[in-house]
Design a protein around this ligand. Structure first.
Ligand code: GDD
Length: 345
């Protein structure tokens, strides 16, 4: 373990074998941050694929994780992926990079398909063409947005690995392509490719454009007198929300398992956006939350996923995956974090 790096809260197993070379895309995002933290603590050599010439996120990454080797590359540029794979010579790849905001994907559908869909193919090809189909294990970040939550396809006791897919956004469609091409490479070339079908996972590293962080941040600012209103889209959609650190631990477990496979990671509970808002405001002693919330029509999507609820039984049984943070704990963690952040400014 590197000096000065503490064991991550969410890791309940230690990788006692030789340190691995691990290449991560999307390393500047929420999950990438948790993963870098956990891998570094385990002693692995971490390579992060970062896009663009003057990407400000690169500097933030280098400040937070000086141990990470930055490799320039882009999921839409196959030759850059081949180069990245040759530089990192990875034992494991975590493909977390994507256009990940569902609302944004309606405005930029072609870019979304290029990055979140075809980017997966580009990356798998880079592994194959560099002769690493046997050496490199590949994690594909699939998503519960592939299910869709329509009337004919309600989750019942929870969507699992065999449930029907009916994506409702360009993002969901792109991710479904990524999911199937990943499975195809597993079946065609015998590659160790595992897909994590992750339900919503949040936390203090979450971007402000996602609803939970938008809420926790606004609630903190409103309670401190720094902001008057919270503008939101629909409050009725229901999501299955968990803590990102727990889910990243699950990704790692998928690549340590004996066999490649697909696994749902979820909390097994569903709550509306309104539930999240009400509970977040209650934590700062505000019960009349409706006085502070207004609807922003710009946040309403052309098609919505009404309800998501996952069944994580397979991951719990096979991978011994467990969650440490529940819904209430997640909201408290985020609101407390944003109160401290805004108080210190
Ligand atoms: N972002 C956002 N902003 N969402 C809002 C808002 C708002 O102001 N108001 C209401 N919502 C609703 C959305 O319409 C959606 O129903 C729900 O809140 C959650 O939105 P997001 O937090 O943007 O997440 P998401 O469910 O669309 O997608 C997230 O989870 C997926 C897994 O199911 C993303 O992280 C995806 O990348 C991920 O795959």
């Amino acid at each position: 373990m590197l000096e000065g790096v503490e064991a991550p809260e969410t890791s309940n197993e230690w990788n006692l074998v030789t340190p691995k070379n691990v290449l991560v895309t999307g390393i500047t995002g929420q999950d990438g941050g948790h993963l870098a933290e956990q891998l570094i603590a385990r002693g692995d050599r971490v390579f992060g694929l970062v896009r663009g010439q003057h990407n400000p996120r690169r500097q933030l990454l280098e400040l937070e994780f000086p141990g990470v080797t930055v490799v320039e590359g882009d999921l839409t540029d196959p030759s850059s992926l081949i180069r990245a794979v040759e530089i990192a010579d990875p034992d494991e790849i975590y493909n977390l990079g994507a256009v990940s905001h569902v609302g944004y994907s309606f405005k930029n559908p072609a870019l979304t398909e290029e990055v979140s869909g075809k980017g997966v193919l580009n990356f798998l090809e880079a592994v194959r063409l560099t002769g690493r189909t046997e050496k490199t294990r590949f994690y594909q970040a699939s998503t519960s947005e592939m299910f869709g939550g329509l009337d004919y396809n309600r989750p019942g006791d929870g969507y699992d690995e065999d449930s029907l897919f009916h994506p409702r956004s360009p993002y969901g469609v792109a991710k479904l392509y990524g999911h199937w091409i990943a499975r195809n490479y597993r079946e065609s070339y015998g590659m160790f490719v595992s897909c994590g079908i992750l339900f919503n996972h949040e936390g203090e590293r979450r971007g402000y454009e996602f609803v939970t962080r938008k809420i926790s941040h606004a609630v903190a600012r409103i309670s401190l007198g720094l902001q008057d209103k919270l503008l939101l889209g629909d409050l009725w959609p229901k999501r299955d929300w968990g803590y990102a650190g727990d889910y990243v631990d699950g990704m790692w477990k998928m690549l340590q398992h004996d066999e490649p496979d697909d696994f749902v990671l979820a909390s097994g509970e569903t709550h509306s956006v309104e539930d999240f808002v009400r509970q977040a405001f209650a934590l700062v002693g505000i019960e009349n939350w409706r006085d502070f919330v207004e609807q922003d029509p710009a946040m309403i999507r052309p098609a919505e996923v009404d309800i998501l609820l996952g069944n994580p039984a397979k991951a719990e049984e096979t991978l011994k995956w467990e969650r440490k943070v529940n819904f209430e704990g997640l909201i408290k963690r985020m609101v407390d974090h944003d109160l401290a952040l805004e108080s210190s400014r």
